[in-house]
Design a protein. Structure first.
Length: 452
């Protein structure tokens, strides 16, 4: 656990897709202690598997490959990450979540994706299954570090919820194939253990690359990216990009880790970089390295005066012959012209005349346009300006729904500001007080916020 005043951040660059084993391997390659990762995974009450890491080259790039060998009930040993069918070698980790129910659901996760398989491996579509509720209890029973447990539970819960929604059943009833569940548990808990070994406080993820076309599943051809992958992306409104590749580049377990755990999606944040790691898929694909890249670094904590700030132009006029209506109209016109903010302050001018100073804060590039509006609307014969520095805080805007009414909310690390007009309209329609609507909308917005 990081104890200094910095935030330790992991940025995952999923330019070639993502998968559970690749995520875990990238973190170990970046400096996570493999023995600590194995020890944490070893706290789980499961056996019949072996976890190892091996150095490989992918398009000439040095990377680390995670190997999970799983022994089934017949005594066969399965390298859960050794099939070349998806380029990420995840026939069990992400795709053997068979749900052998009354309608013979295997849920289409024993994919061959149109690529070659090692036919010496056995498929176990009718073998024992492990329901999500059992995996949840299994994780709770283990003596895992608190953040490892929390992150692993969030990932499995999201995966089970998506599978349940896709197949019309409660999340608790979603079942994972016995071999596949061991593989997925090791990948997910191993990735969370590696995050803990590195003391990662914050996770940022790039847009996730996916393939195209179709892939072969137990019940036939299904779209690529897989339905579970698309639903996981949709739940977080996560950015993605498709490329002309018919392999399944992004697997459900890999995408579940990112969508469940990422604090933010986007480019690499500003930070002091300390290490980088590459987690490899099994196949060595022509034209690009088949890896997930992770960059580890420290972000400076947000302060009132971070460096550098943003330059801004402050424009002002004094008016003693403008009515309140004119000043209000001027402020609206300034904001429409692109000003960051506009306001008026009462002043007393010569001979005791009451007056106002009208202010406009804008980007220097818009100073001419905003200044023209300020002079035109107030009728002032002159204007003054000052170049200043501003430090806007990180913010986001979300839309929440209260009683079917959309309400916009601006979010900052310590503030949720509800759009007044939206809240007033909802309060009137629902017969509630404005205070009630403001409080409820703010609470709903904080629940979905990624800003901390």
């Amino acid at each position: 656990m990081n104890t200094d005043t910095h935030t330790t951040t992991a940025w995952f660059h999923c330019f070639a897709g993502t998968a559970g084993d690749m995520t875990m391997a990238s973190l170990v390659h970046a400096g996570a202690d493999p023995l600590q990762v194995m020890a944490i995974v070893g706290q789980l009450p499961i056996d019949g598997y072996a976890l190892s890491f091996e150095p490989v080259l992918r398009c000439g790039l040095a990377a680390l490959h995670a190997v999970v060998a799983v022994h089934d009930e017949h005594g066969h040993s399965h390298d859960g990450h050794s099939h070349s069918h998806d380029g990420h070698s995840h026939s069990h980790d992400d795709h053997d979540h068979g749900h052998d129910h009354d309608h013979s659901h295997d849920h289409g996760h024993d994919h061959d994706h149109g690529h070659d398989h090692d036919h010496g491996h056995h498929h176990h579509d009718h073998g024992p299954h492990r329901p999500y509720r059992e995996i949840r209890d299994l994780l709770n029973a283990a003596e895992l570090p608190p953040r490892v447990l929390d992150r692993a539970q969030r990932t499995f819960r999201l995966l089970a919820e998506v599978e349940g929604q896709m197949h019309g059943m409660p999340a608790d009833d979603v079942e994972f194939h016995e071999v596949g569940s061991v593989d997925a548990i090791v990948d997910i808990v191993g990735a969370c253990a590696a995050l803990e070994s590195l003391g990662i406080d914050r996770i940022v993820c790039s847009p996730i690359t996916v393939g195209q076309g179709t892939v072969h599943a137990a019940h036939g051809e299904i779209p690529n990216p897989a339905p579970a992958v698309v639903e996981l992306l949709a739940r977080r409104n996560a950015p993605s990009r498709g490329i002309a590749d018919r392999k399944e580049l992004a697997t459900p377990t890999g995408v579940a880790l990112m969508t469940a755990l990422a604090d933010e999606f986007g480019p690499m944040p500003a930070m002091q970089v300390h290490s980088v790691g590459y987690g490899a898929g099994t196949a060595d694909i022509d034209g690009r390295p088949n890896v997930v890249q992770v960059v580890i670094g420290h972000e400076q904590p947000a302060t009132l005066l971070p460096e550098p700030g943003q330059p801004a132009q402050l424009l002002e006029v004094n008016v003693d012959d403008a009515t309140g209506e004119v000043i209000a109209h001027t402020i609206t016109a300034l904001l429409l012209a692109g000003a960051h903010d506009a306001w008026a302050t009462p002043i007393v001018m010569k001979k005791g005349r009451p007056a106002h100073t009208v202010h406009a804060l804008c980007d220097p590039a818009l100073a001419a346009e905003v200044g023209a509006v300020l002079l035109h609307e107030t009728g002032s014969l002159g204007m003054r300006g000052t170049t200043i520095v501003r430090w806007p805080q990180r913010r986001d805007e979300v839309v929440v729904h209260l009683g079917g009414h959309p309400i916009r909310v601006k979010l900052a690390p310590s503030r949720a500001k509800v759009e007044h007009d939206d809240a007033a309209a909802a309060a009137k329609a629902l017969g509630l007080s404005l205070r009630e609507v403001l409080a409820e909308a703010a609470q709903l917005a904080r629940a979905v916020s990624t800003i901390s």
